[in-house]
Design a protein around this ligand. Sequence first.
Ligand code: MF3
Ligand code: CO
Length: 269
Amino acid sequence: MNKLDVKLWTLAARGHIVPDRSLLKTPAQIKAIKKSAALNTAVLDHVAAHIQAGMCTEEIDRLVYDFTTEHGGIPAPLHYEGFPKSVCTSLNNVVCHGIPDKYEFLEEGDIVNVDVSTNLGGYFSDASRMFIIGETSPEAERLVRVTKECVELGLKAAKPWGHLGDIAHAINTHARRHGYSVVEEIGGHGIGLEFHEEPFVSYVTPKGSEMVLVPGMMFTIEPMINEGSPDFFIDEDNGWTVYTIDDGLSAQVEYMVLVTETGVEVLSQ
Ligand code: MF3
Ligand code: CO
């Protein structure tokens, strides 16, 4: 056993959840995954430069597919467990996993999450942003602002040798302080060598709970914040689109992060 193994073993013996060594990326893997993450961020920048009122969400899909493949990547959502498109576009009362559609148009006042995931050379990255189309209501603007703050506060709470629950606590506390709720059953995930790896990342668990944050771990911080109830239902026809149960607005922001010896580095946002 080396020093790290001893440390992990000791933590586990004290009842902490520790990552399997396979979840700790090597320097060579980190280098390759960072390239994927840089392309992922560039795709989001490309969407940000072109998104506008009157556009259909399938045009966003086209932007993502073309830009990603022109840069040697593959959009990770495409055909992932049967997902039919290259990106998730989630409008207003859609919590996540919205499918781009040629008959769905962006209108002034809409809030939309664009969730981009990239496979570059077999290495995976994932991040999402909220876009406000033109001017929206003060309520929608506040939800989007608070959701961004939640992710920033979650990031600040993330420390090597801390716990995933520290992130959740920071996010859940901020959301509730503003009268919002955090979706419970859908969360973040490990990422890098696969699109979705362990651990599942909840944003409603207590401080000091869940997996220990060990240098080399990579995962997403991506809470879904609802105006009203945290409950949702899934579209029966397409099996993907997640809607708020009360038709309230939902927002989400996703950062992909790496735990290092000294802190937590954002790889894509
Ligand atoms: N990008 C989503 C996430 O953050 C994954 C969506 S799965 C898909 O986990 F197939 F819908 F793309
Ligand atoms: Co994502």
